[in-house]
Design a protein. Structure first.
Lengths: 193, 193
DNA sequence: GTCTATAGATCGATAGAC
DNA sequence: GTCTATCGATCTATAGAC
């Protein structure tokens, strides 16, 4: 608004910032790592993020949430064709997590004691994902309680697929597991039961 | 052997050690946290673990692996009654992970760049779990390829259940998801398909 | 607005008294 | 074998030159 250039650059640093956090976690990411990854000196970093590392992570979380909102959540909620929306979600998820070799930063954050400052956005992310997927399933004729249950299984399954495929170093496992969940979900909406 | 007391105390420190690592992760766990949790000074810690933090984590991983071997993997592999063995596994898992509020340290380690020194034990843990569960399913008459696939889904599902229930702060979700996997697995061995 | 320099705290690890 | 004291490195964050 007033200057117009500062905000642009701050948001331009977010992808690199997110990637460092994904590789090293919150505790494992140092400001020197961030400085190298973003190409910004500490002075610039604290100019963009006066709250330091915690504000950087908060900005990254908001950025991730905005991306998922546009690419995953909203399309699910407004899906005219539930089965197609589910297939589209799985395609987006597979690409986003790079077949499981890219970590889910939000899920990771929830694991440690460092989640305390971020507990609310972490919880909101997963609650929203489950609600959006359940809404899509209901749109496909699935009863509410079963829709929520299926959505919970799929969202948890995706997180587990990331953990497992990373641990095994096997991105094939991620793709296989995603396909299984897609089959189970689309099977429910086409009323195959 | 020679002294007989040192080794005992080292292994006695492992549970507290494991718990700190589970709460803070590898990077987030400092030696002062370890000292507080174990009640041992740094001198004693480096006497037990000359390799420092990395050796401590390695010892914890070996301890975890030994526990799972005895309580989960071996019973699965030698199960006379596959369905009962699966039910028993789920009971052990639910108790061990405290209904999902206790993190899986092995899965966590696989996420970050800090996994590099521990990549091999992490991979072995999951490969062994999947193999043991698949062997149990095959003992129940499930074909090899399907058994491996089901085992992969269940092990990934457990990891995902931990991530999700921690993020939501909802241990009910963990128990629900575990039940779903139990039903799917026991359904396969009783030949209900 | 971006850099370098540096403060102050804490890190992992070691040394030496006992 | 366990403690305290302390090393040098690195951490987050700040200050001040430009």
């Amino acid at each position: 608004m007033s200057k117009g250039r500062t905000l642009t650059e701050r948001s331009e640093a977010l992808p690199a910032l997110a990637e460092v956090f994904r590789e090293h976690g919150f505790e494992g990411t140092s400001l020197s790592l961030i400085s190298t990854a973003t190409g910004l000196g500490k002075g610039s970093l604290y100019n963009f993020f006066p709250g330091g590392k915690e504000e950087m992570m908060r900005a990254v979380l908001a950025d991730i949430d905005a991306w998922f909102d546009a690419a995953i959540f909203a399309p699910l909620e407004q899906a005219p064709d539930p089965a197609a929306a589910i297939a589209a979600m799985m395609r987006e998820v597979e690409a986003y997590f790079r077949s499981g070799q890219r970590v889910c930063l939000v899920g990771w954050l929830g694991l440690g004691a460092s989640r305390d400052p971020f507990g609310e956005p972490v919880k909101a992310y997963f609650a929203r994902w489950i609600a959006a997927l359940a809404a899509c399933l209901q749109g496909g004729g699935v009863a509410e309680s079963e829709a929520t249950r299926l959505a919970e299984q799929a969202v948890a399954g995706i997180q587990g697929a990331i953990v497992l495929s990373r641990a095994l170093g096997d991105d094939g496992a991620f793709v296989r597991l995603l396909r299984d969940h897609e089959t189970r979900l689309t099977g429910a909406v086409t009323g195959r039961r």
